[in-house]
Write a protein that binds this ligand. Structure first.
Ligand code: PEP
Length: 251
């Protein structure tokens, strides 16, 4: 089995002002200094990224963006370039979150372009996949995940294959209070690792981390993390409260 350090990531979505963001990480950095064997990540909005990164300098908490564009510069009004993220030492970027797919037209093809450009720019992408309730009810879950993986994470080279992070987030479980059972999640995580192994070989598949996301809370994380193919959590709502996030990191 690969040497997979659990990654606990907070996706703050469109929440918190700069001041509120800095306040939250000021608490986190004090309370999470002694955490070992976990990688900790917070993903604030673009506007808070720089201030949060500064506030977390020389700490064990990493910082990620929630999206980026796939071009490095130019006439793309309103977009954020991977080079800008790299310039502020952003460590990770979430790509293809279901909310971006649902509301902002993100496709497997744009996910793939963004993933490649993130790596080229020295930022680790967290590529999100997951089925809707309708797709699950029509028994299309495996088909959808296979398409999202085969197109979304195609074309990786060398070390990239081992560094990629994938997040499985069933759309019906995001922000709804409905969590996939640990067994339901494990079934898909094992499937993703098998697909990845077909694409990039067994070693890379053993090394990549596959996070679960969808209503992860302090009281359900430990059961979820017991599953052999679940290597961390991508957490929305519960990452906005210091107490909850601290409990989640220390599951
Ligand atoms: C998410 O935003 O990725 C997410 C999983 O949200 P929540 O934890 O609120 O369901």
């Amino acid at each position: 089995m690969g040497n997979r350090v659990p990654l606990i990531a907070g996706n703050w979505k469109m929440n918190k002002t700069v001041k509120e963001s800095v306040e939250l990480v000021s608490v986190l950095k004090q309370k999470l200094t002694d955490v070992k064997n976990r990688e900790i990540l917070v993903c604030p909005s673009y506007i808070s990224l720089y201030a949060v990164k500064e506030a977390l300098k020389n700490t064990n908490i990493k910082v990620g963006a929630q999206n980026m564009y796939f071009e490095k510069s130019g006439a793309f009004t309103g977009e954020i370039s991977p080079l800008m993220l790299k310039d502020i030492n952003c460590d990770y970027v979430i790509i293809g979150h279901s909310e971006r797919r649902q509301y902002f037209g993100e496709t497997d093809e744009s996910v793939n372009k963004k993933m490649k450009v993130a790596f080229e720019s020295g930022i680790i992408p967290i590529v999100c996949v997951g089925e809707t309730l309708q797709q699950r009810e029509k028994n299309e879950t495996f088909l959808i995940i296979e398409k999202q993986i085969k197109i979304g994470v195609a074309g990786l080279s060398g070390e990239q294959m081992k560094k990629l992070v994938i997040a499985y987030e069933p759309v019906w479980a995001i922000g709804t209070g409905k969590t996939a059972t640990p067994q339901q999640a494990e079934e898909i995580h094992a499937f993703i690792r098998k697909l990845y192994s077909e694409l990039y070989g067994k070693d890379a598949a053993e090394d990549i981390r596959i996070l679960y996301g969808g209503s992860v809370k302090p009281d359900n994380i430990s059961e979820i993390m017991k599953q052999p193919n679940i290597d961390g959590g991508l957490i929305g709502g519960a990452a906005l409260k210091a107490d909850d996030f601290i409990k989640l990191v220390n599951y």
